[in-house]
Design a protein. Structure first.
Length: 258
């Protein structure tokens, strides 16, 4: 399998001893309708000047992500998702799952518009979750994969401005933009927080804004229900290679605004 091109968006591998947090974080959501809603979606006057975790995430758009992934229930003991080899994953049937997410245009207008732009153009179709680290994040939105396993990065638009001071935090189940070491470099790639990556102790990783030298990553959405969290947790169980790529592809087959 090809290694990731370092120029593309990534989240660095952090401490691998991170303990997964079992309880789902409370999802603080405003009601909305399909595509837009009746809630106030205007950008706050103090936009992008707030500390992480100081605002309530407000859902302005609902999106359904359908994925095709290995059917882990078909694994026969004593094998487990963590011990199954590449041939074993190749032999597994696939199953279709849905991840329901909500986007917060009010607090993250740039990131939300960017994500919806890729979505509406069809760019995310057939992309995979190419980096999954249990107890950390599941990252996608950047690559398609050929039948021989070769990865191809999708065409991207101009990079966007970082919105990591929008008051939202990298808690379990939230959706954020991936980027390179350049703060304003995010394009198509996104990630889901599999645990609370908010620091300090007992959380070993802090993906939130800390300072100008540690600007963090911009949260702009969240999973909407426990079933969607369960899908993310199942993705995290798939064994990965040395590049953190799942041995069984998790492919976005459709992604639509509800």
């Amino acid at each position: 399998m090809n290694a990731m091109n370092p120029k593309h968006s990534f989240l660095s591998r952090r401490t691998l001893g991170i303990a997964a947090i079992g309880a789902a974080a409370t999802l603080l959501l405003a009601s909305c309708g399909g595509g837009g809603n009746s809630a106030d979606t205007s950008t706050p006057s103090d936009y992008n000047t707030k500390d992480p975790g100081t605002v309530q995430l407000q859902v302005t758009h609902r999106v359904a992500i359908t994925v095709s992934m290995p059917d882990l229930s078909a694994i026969v003991a004593p094998a487990t998702p963590a011990t199954l080899d590449q041939a074993g994953y190749n032999a597994l049937p696939t199953v279709t799952k849905t991840i329901n997410i909500g986007l917060d245009h009010r607090h993250a207008p740039i990131s939300t518009d960017n994500f919806l732009g890729y979505l509406n153009s069809g760019a995310y179709a057939n992309t995979i979750f190419h980096r999954v680290i249990a107890g950390f994040v599941a990252q996608g939105g950047g690559y398609t994969v050929a039948t021989d396993g070769t990865l191809t990065h999708i065409a991207t638009n101009a990079a966007i401005t970082l919105e990591s001071r929008n008051g939202l935090a990298n808690t379990r189940g939230t959706l954020a933009m991936a980027r390179t070491t350049d703060a304003n470099s995010a394009t198509s790639e996104f990630y889901f927080n599999l645990v609370n990556n908010v620091g300090p102790a007992p959380f070993l990783v802090n993906l939130d804004y800390q300072s100008a030298d540690a600007p963090g990553y911009a949260v702009f959405g969240t999973v909407m229900d426990q079933a969607s969290l369960d899908v993310m947790d199942a993705i995290a169980k798939i064994r990965t290679d040395s590049s953190d790529r799942p041995l069984g592809n998790v492919t976005i087959t459709s992604i639509t605004v509800k």
